[in-house]
Each structure stands twice: as C-alpha cells, then as structure tokens.
Write a protein of this length. Structure first.
Length: 257
C-alpha cells in the first residue's frame, strides 16, 4: 500500500497539474495553428513545450505522462507537416496525456504501459523510401547517445515495418524498457555512465527485465576482450557491413517476425 503523501508532495503534484494543463492548452492551440499554417518556428515551439511537459512530469513523478511526452517528442521529430494523418495523430497523443493527467487513463494493470504505447500512432522518416510496407506492432527500443547512429538503426527497422523508439541515456532507456516492454532493446556499446554491457548485465539479472530481448551495438566481433562480460543471452549487432545481417540474425534468434 502506498504511504500517505506529505503536504509538500501534494503541493508539488498540484503545481505540476496546474502547469501541465497550461502547457496542454498551448499545445492544442499550436497544433491547430500548424494545421492551417505550418512553419518551422511554430513547430519548434510545439516540440519545446512537449519537452518541457515531459521534464516536469519526470520531476513530479508522473511516469506515464513523462513516457507519453517522450513518445510524442519522438513522433514530432519524424514529421515535417501537420497535415493528415499527423494532425489527428498528435491529437491522439494529447488525448492520452490528458487522460493520464485527469486520472481517466487506466494505467494500474500489469503491462499497461506496454499496451498503451502500442496503441499510439507511429511514423518513420524512412518509410517513403521503401514504398507501402506492412506495419507491424513490434517495438524496438534503441538506446544510443547520438541521433546519427539512431537514424541508421531506424532505417533498417523501417524496412522491416517495425516501430522504433529512442532513449539517449542508459537510465532513461532502462525506465522506458520496464514501462513499455519492447520486443527488443538495441543498446550502443558506449552510452554514458553505464555502457551497453553494463545495461546488458542489468537487464539479464533483474526479474523485471530478463525476458526482454537485448542486443549490443558495437564495432567489435565476438571474442573481443571488451565483450568478455557480455551475457550469453545477448545478441550482437556489429556496425558497418555486417549491420544488416546481424540485425536480421538477432530478430530470428529472438523470434521477432
């Protein structure tokens, strides 16, 4: 049973809810304005407001709002218009966030976060390069510190029709994975205070995460001294010419289709 909230915790929560509703009102106005008159400056302001909402939600311990804001931020980074279906899709994100803020969104049951993210719209910068693809409700979480590497992975995943989400830090990646239960996690060898190998061991050791398929993105081959501590359950994806084949091998190994 959760303990009774202190007066300070209640004050922080109420202040966050008040600020969050102000931001939500701004987001809806910005969304409508962008549908009729899209421009990059207003789009940048909308993205900043989404980032602000996510940061405030994280600080106030509103995990679902933080997660939804992160997913909306990912979505907005991939679009350059608010024409349909994007305008309606952004509205869907905002509806879910509003439900989380007012308590009408059901998030208490097991795997609620995993089900929730799979209900959200997805898009990719690269889908158009491959024509019409069958989109699969398969989530791949990519934990990389730089966008360039992330885009390389996303291109490969888009060709398979998979949904891709990103985390730039090891701690954020672990939090997202626990909440959303992705079908596979692909983590860079070097991230921040924790390496990809550190994360691989953490995922393998904890009951809450050991069943989530995990692969390491690295420049090294199996047998390299730096991979000595890598758990045997972890897949290996090498950068460069082996990248596509290694991704395919991991998907087969983890029975992700």
């Amino acid at each position: 049973m959760a303990g009774k909230k202190s007066d300070l915790e209640i004050q922080v929560e109420n202040e966050f809810l008040e600020e969050a509703r102000d931001i939500m009102n701004q987001l809806e106005v910005q969304r409508e304005n962008l549908r009729s008159n899209f421009n990059s400056d207003d789009m940048a302001r909308l993205r900043r407001n989404v980032q602000l909402l996510g940061a405030q939600a994280h600080a106030a311990d509103f995990g679902i709002v933080s997660m939804l804001s992160h997913r909306l931020e990912d979505y907005l980074e991939r679009i350059d218009t608010m024409a349909d279906p994007h305008g309606d899709n952004v509205r869907m994100f905002l509806d879910k966030i509003e439900g989380a803020l007012d308590g009408t969104l059901e998030v208490g049951k097991p795997n609620a976060g995993a089900e929730l993210v799979r209900e959200l719209p997805s898009t990719s910068k690269f889908v158009h390069e491959f024509g019409d693809l069958e989109k699969k409700n398969i989530e791949v979480l990519v934990i990389v510190p730089d966008k360039a590497t992330g885009h390389i992975v996303e291109r490969e995943m888009a060709e398979c029709g998979y949904r891709v989400s990103f985390a730039k830090s090891s701690f954020k990646g672990f939090e997202i994975a626990i909440r959303t239960r992705p079908d596979m996690v692909l983590a860079s060898g070097q991230i921040d205070e924790l390496s990809g190998i550190d994360l691989a061991n953490a995922f393998s050791a904890m009951p809450a995460s050991k069943d989530i398929p995990f692969a390491l993105l690295t420049s090294n081959d199996w047998g390299h001294p730096s991979l000595k501590a890598l758990p045997h359950s972890v897949g290996l994806v090498r950068k460069g010419k082996h990248f596509g084949d290694d991704i395919a091998d991991c998907l087969r190994r983890f029975q992700i289709t």
